[in-house]
Design a protein around this ligand. Structure first.
Ligand code: MRU
Length: 373
């Protein structure tokens, strides 16, 4: 997507220095746009854990590039199988909830175990990481192409009046490689000349909506308004939301959607107001072995300082201020689960599907196995 008119993706190998992976440091947005060089697997682990980059598809790709860096910097003539297993385990432990990380890292680790030299391992990892970015880029575009039909239909129903879409967190191109998941249909609709406007939940505690989604939508010229997290229900009651589209970090084959904390409350409000609630996600976000309700999903608990302090710009400099009564404990759960019964449909790269097991496995039959059938 465009940043100040120039095309950017979220992760790439430096053209001149193939041992350097580059990312956009999302901690600084929207106040500064800066890229960061990542040269070691430890630096990639830190970038994922401390959210220099974030969003399920992107941390999957970052995990794959982490495996690439682990091979580039491996000692000896041939990376040992144990080293590959250790590096994969290390990267996967950076963030527990988004299943894309384990999906991508395990895919690379599997291919790497059959390589016969260090050079072959580096090349296998490089190709593997680039293939994952290509798949995710393509999948997001397809999600956009399927999802835009929903927006078109609403626009026709409203006789060309603006379609108002509410989204939570950042499931935009910054969370993926390009286009985004929840935002892909919105970008395509906007580019086709359909009038759209996005209600952007600020998304406490890290404010990915206010900081990232609002920034990337405005870079592309999509009209949007940032709202406090607890505003969505009121707007829905007033008839000012036509649909909700969110992303996901892990989805069950039953159609349960794990996403940024607060998503569940939006789904409840949408159901109470008869507003369609869609999750947009690539197949790498399905955890095919989850049970109904996605109850085994590990919900990441992050440092309470993310709740206690809020970061912003003051007189041109970023600063952080304490907003909680002194001495009172805080809790910081990063994700919640929206049960399938509240999900109108799931927008995937293969099409839009009902949030139930039969429909999902009809679209992805190759993932049926003795555990989940
Ligand atoms: O904690 P984050 O910022 O990594 O959480 C991201 C989200 O919850 C997104 O909505 C989700 O990953 C979908 S990204 C396409």
């Amino acid at each position: 997507m465009r940043v100040n008119g120039r095309h950017f993706e979220t992760i790439w190998i430096n053209n001149q220095h193939p041992a350097v992976v580059q990312i956009i440091d999302q901690r600084l947005l929207p106040f500064a746009f800066q890229t960061e060089d990542i040269c070691t697997v430890t630096e990639m682990y830190t970038a994922i854990r401390d959210m220099h980059l974030r969003g399920a598809p992107l941390i999957g790709a970052a995990g794959a590039f982490g495996m690439y860096l682990a091979m580039v910097n491996a000692a000896g003539d041939k990376p040992e199988k144990q080293y590959i297993t250790d590096m994969a385990g290390y990267l996967k432990s950076a963030r527990p909830t988004a299943v894309n990380l384990a999906w991508a890292v395990d895919k690379l680790a599997h291919d790497l175990r059959n390589t016969s030299s260090r050079e072959a391992a580096v090349e296998t990892a490089r190709r593997g990481a680039l293939a994952i970015t290509a798949i995710e880029r393509e999948n997001c575009l397809k999600i956009g192409q399927h999802g835009v039909r929903l927006i078109e239909a609403l626009s026709q129903k409203k006789k060309g009046d603006t379609v108002h879409i509410l989204t939570h967190c950042n499931a935009g191109w910054l969370a993926c490689i390009d286009y985004g998941t929840a935002t892909a249909p919105i970008y395509l609709a906007h580019d086709q000349g359909i009038k759209v406007h996005v209600w952007v939940d600020e998304t406490r505690p890290r404010n990915q909506g206010a900081r990232l989604t609002a920034w990337e939508l405005s870079q592309h010229g999509v009209p949007c308004t940032v709202i406090a997290d607890n505003t969505g229900g009121h707007l829905m009651q007033q008839g000012r939301v036509d649909m909700v589209i969110v992303g996901s970090d892990r989805a069950s084959p039953y159609g349960d959607i794990c996403n940024k904390i607060g998503t569940y409350l939006k789904a409840l409000a949408a159901r109470d107001n008869n507003i369609p609630f869609y999750a947009a996600l690539p197949s790498s976000t399905f955890d095919w072995n989850l049970s109904e309700g996605a109850v085994e999903t590990p919900i990441e608990e992050r440092n309470g300082d993310e709740v206690r302090f809020i970061e912003g710009l003051y007189e041109g400099r970023t600063c952080s201020v304490d907003i909680v009564a002194p001495g009172v404990p805080v809790a910081n759960y990063a994700f919640d689960i929206t049960p399938a019964r509240l999900v109108t449909g799931i927008i995937t790269e293969r099409g839009i599907v009902n949030a139930d097991k039969k429909s999902i496995f009809t679209l992805f039959p190759e993932n049926l196995n003795p555990v989940n059938e």
